[in-house]
Design a protein around this ligand. Sequence first.
Ligand code: ADP
Ligand code: AMP
Length: 221
Amino acid sequence: MRLVLLGPPGAGKGTQAARISAKYGIPHISTGDMFREILKRDDELARKVRRYVEAGDLVPDEIVVEIVKERIHRPDCGRGFILDGFPRTIPQAEALDEILEADGTPISAALYLWVTEDTAVMRLSRRRVCESCQAVYHLDFNPPRSPGVCDRCGGKLVQREDDREEVVRHRIRVYREQTEPLLGYYREKGVLREIDGNKSIEQVWEDVQRVLDPLAECGDC
Ligand code: ADP
Ligand code: AMP
């Protein structure tokens, strides 16, 4: 299965993508996680993307597309992948289609997790992430077993710089202006599947599986 996850910041894409990856055996590719790893380095690429990520702006398309192209051609993507946070602009979606068409492997589905702005802000303001393995927690809805410590790897949990409220509001604006048009793009292609992301993590996961189980059974999808 080759999947795209759409939705505003805080919709729960990373949370559901981790479950999808584990259940269906396809790699979770988060461009946001990839950029946060790049920012730990001190090379030219890190210097190029830092100001965009810190301000909550989109990294230029040509940089993102190159990184994703290299990633989805790695051997672990042979049975598919789930893209989380990519594409985020129409040119990125067109570039992705071009790459996949050349490979003869089109997108199976674009899952759109929709949430209200209040839900998104409330989730992001109390999100914590592991600085080592990038696992995602929420202080109220998905707390770690020991405060401040990652259940999975024992790493330290931190608040993302771009989860400060003023940056969050800006990221949601950027989403509306640059990413929301992708809903029409995928709807027209007949692959858009909408899921109410305002429900609990478990309820959303039930709905996601209801959409994906039939696709997973179809060999060509
Ligand atoms: P995204 O990847 O779309 O930005 P995340 O998966 O990181 O979103 O989720 C944002 C925050 O909301 C995290 O703190 C996560 O634990 C929490 N969260 C995710 N899904 C839900 C949900 N359905 N209900 C409540 N909290 C959620
Ligand atoms: P995310 O973790 O998905 O919220 O992404 C964090 C940040 O990484 C975004 O605010 C952007 O600066 C950058 N980023 C992630 N994915 C993309 C993308 N597809 N296009 C442009 N910038 C991106």
